[in-house]
Design a protein around this ligand. Structure first.
Ligand code: C2E
Ligand code: MG
Ligand code: MG
Length: 596
């Protein structure tokens, strides 16, 4: 813009633009005739000048205004008529002081500052904040005669948008707490500022039972709870500390300048106390509680990620040791975490390396003791550790999402194996709740049946109550579609979840499997027997067969038969066996069937 005006020759314009029409804001300095070509130039210039989004003004060497465009007056909330060529800079500044569109300084301070810019030979860019709240970007360009051209741009909106973006990048939108990025940045900055020897503590916490609140009362209540937690955290820390939402129900506190680990412990105890008090969330009163993991560093290094990881490991320990408590990080925790990472790495390649295996455990009719079906149970043959049990790797596979390909493999393998057994023997396959998040589950089951040629009524799918906890309508729809394929559905580990009986109403399961903890208790606790009795009665009333898991003794078997339990499974008959041993087991348990 200034370059373009140079080419137009400002001096000529100012002196010759007289009796004819002049650009707004431009007054005549002398008179004379203007050739037509020049007048057209002036007209074009006027249109261009007054349509700029920037304010433009020209001053001569004696600090007098040559011209200013309409936008200049607008930006500073001045009447356009008041800005006249020939005015001094001081006069304009006076008008701006009256309008309140000057920076927060006195008139003489402001003029002194302008003077420093004016004497500079170099173009200057300045951002000025006005008392009116506006933010103006000024580009000052000196002219050879001692005058200058300045462009003024109101960047208030842009600045606000930038600030908002910067805020959003560093804050959690739900709770307004700092986010992980802000946590990293601030602790890095703090590290740079501080001399070595200053210490810091990072406290990691997550809410106990948050998932339960979310599942029971819905996400709106879950969100309200997170906001209320954030408010309590903010109230519990000093201004120099920082509260961060790491994600989900995970929070962290950065405690700066902690002289003693005990100070971090005090804060942890206080946080546990304030978060265990009930939360009033409109219609619901909710009680959660928290566990805290602490990483304390005396010689504060900038490795914030390492501190956070350590605090997280300590949190893991705190939760494992009973919740509602805090633990400091210890190096041994790191070894455990390393072991978990090693397991994770191995698990990721288990399927590709052909390390998964299916074992099969027989399920028999309790009365006739004939073989009905086998439950397929997954094993991982680890190259160094040998056979790994599901309790050790299934939860991790679920966390990592690996259970989806694993589950698909299990379905195919189990159906393929069962297709070779006598027709009267079915196969039961366990499904993880995570598999129900996949929209193609029904398709995968159908594929396994088609590929193996197994009749659908010989496949039983075992699900746990956890599947039904979430998003019930979608889950029920999936279950009905599975049932439409012709497969049977059973409810596994019954009695260990939250409100088991209501789930029996939501879907017509074919089978209820009583959790083995009740079978174990049959001989010793009357309550276990009462529960078994109640479940069998329920099953009969609802037309569902009842399988007892974990039958280990003859006495348990006798009792279960007396209780009219339909089917039995357990070490008394056989532990799960590798697929190579299934044929022999069938011969042993059902010689008649094999002969037939
Ligand atoms: P589950 O489905 O309840 O399987 C029964 C578990 O009880 C099996 O443990 C079995 O070995 C064990 N068991 C059977 N009879 C007895 C007994 O008489 N006494 C005792 N103490 N235990 C007995 P396993 O094979 O370790 O499997 C544990 C759990 O892992 C299974 O519980 C199931 O929830 C899960 N699981 C196994 N395979 C798969 C799979 O392919 N997919 C999924 N999603 N989960 C699986
Ligand atoms: Mg099972
Ligand atoms: Mg079970």
């Amino acid at each position: 813009m200034p370059g373009g005006l140079d080419a137009f020759s400002m001096d000529g314009l100012a002196t010759r633009a007289t009796s004819r029409r002049l650009p707004d804001g431009l007054a005549p300095c002398s008179s004379g005739d203007i050739p037509h070509a020049v007048q057209s130039q002036i007209d074009r210039f006027e249109v261009a000048l007054n349509n700029l989004t920037q304010g433009v003004c020209f001053f001569d060497g004696s600090r007098r205004l040559i011209l200013a465009n309409r936008r200049y007056a607008d930006i500073y909330q001045l009447s356009q008529e008041a800005i006249l060529p020939g005015m001094t800079l001081e006069e304009i500044v006076d008008l701006r002081f009256v309008a309140g569109t000057c920076p927060d300084m006195t008139r003489s301070e402001y003029l002194a500052w302008r003077a420093t810019i004016q004497v500079s030979d170099e173009p200057t860019d300045t951002i000025v904040e006005l008392k009116s709240g506006q933010i103006i970007s000024i580009h000052h360009r000196p002219m050879p005669d001692g005058g200058w051209v300045a462009t003024h741009e109101d960047i208030t909106e842009r600045r606000l948008a930038e600030q908002q973006l910067a805020h959003m990048a560093r804050h959690d939108p739900l709770t307004g707490l700092s986010n992980r990025a802000a946590f990293r940045e601030s602790t890095h900055r703090e590290a740079a500022r501080r001399e070595s020897g200053n210490s810091v503590a990072v406290l990691c916490l997550d809410l106990d039972h948050f998932k339960h609140v979310n599942d029971t009362f819905g996400h709106a209540t879950g969100d309200a709870l997170l906001c209320a937690v954030a408010a309590r955290l903010r109230g519990a820390i000093r201004a120099s500390d920082m509260a961060v939402r790491l994600g989900g129900d995970e929070f962290a506190i950065v405690q700066i300048g902690v002289d003693q680990p005990s100070q971090a412990a005090d804060l942890a105890a206080r946080l546990i106390d304030i978060l265990s008090r009930p939360f009033d969330l409109g219609v619901h009163q909710v009680i959660v509680g928290t566990s805290v993991g602490i990483a304390y560093s005396q010689a504060y290094r900038a490795d914030t990620d390492a501190l956070l990881t350590s605090a997280d490991m300590a949190l893991y320990r705190a939760k494992a040791e009973g919740r509602g408590t805090y633990r400091f990080f210890e190096p041994a925790m790191n070894e455990k975490a390393q072991a978990r990472h090693a397991l994770e790495r191995g698990l990721r390649s288990a399927l590709a390396n052909d390390e998964l295996e299916l074992f099969f455990q027989p399920i028999l009719n309790a009365r006739t003791q004939t073989l009905n079906k086998f439950e397929a149970l997954l094993r991982w043959r680890h190259p160094e550790r040998g056979l790994v049990q599901p309790a050790e790797f299934i939860p991790l596979s679920e966390d990592l999402g690996l259970i989806v390909p694993f589950g698909e493999w299990v379905l195919h393998e189990a159906c393929r194996a069962a297709a070779k057994w006598p027709d009267t023997i079915s196969v039961a396959v366990n499904l993880s709740p995570v598999q129900f998040n996949e929209p193609n589950l029904v398709h995968v089951v159908g594929q396994a049946l088609r590929a193996s040629g197994l009749s659908p009524d010989r496949l039983e799918l075992e699900i746990t109550e956890t599947v039904l906890l979430k998003n019930t309508q979608t889950i029920l729809h999936t279950l009905r579609r599975l049932r439409d394929l012709g497969v049977r559905i059973s409810l596994d580990d019954f009695g260990t979840g939250y409100s088991s009986i209501s789930y029996l109403r939501t879907f017509p399961f074919d089978t209820i499997k009583i959790d083995r903890s009740f079978i174990h208790g049959i001989g010793s606790e009357t309550s276990s027997l009462a529960i078994v009795n109640a479940i069998v009665t329920l099953g009969e009333a609802l037309g569902m067969s009842v399988t007892a898991e974990g039958v280990e003794t003859d006495e348990q078997l006798r009792t279960l038969r007396a209780e009219r339990c339909t089917d039995v499974q357990g070490y008394l008959f056989s532990a799960p066996v590798p697929s190579a041993d299934v044929a022999a087991l069938i011969r042993k348990l059902s010689p008649a069937m094999v002969a037939a």
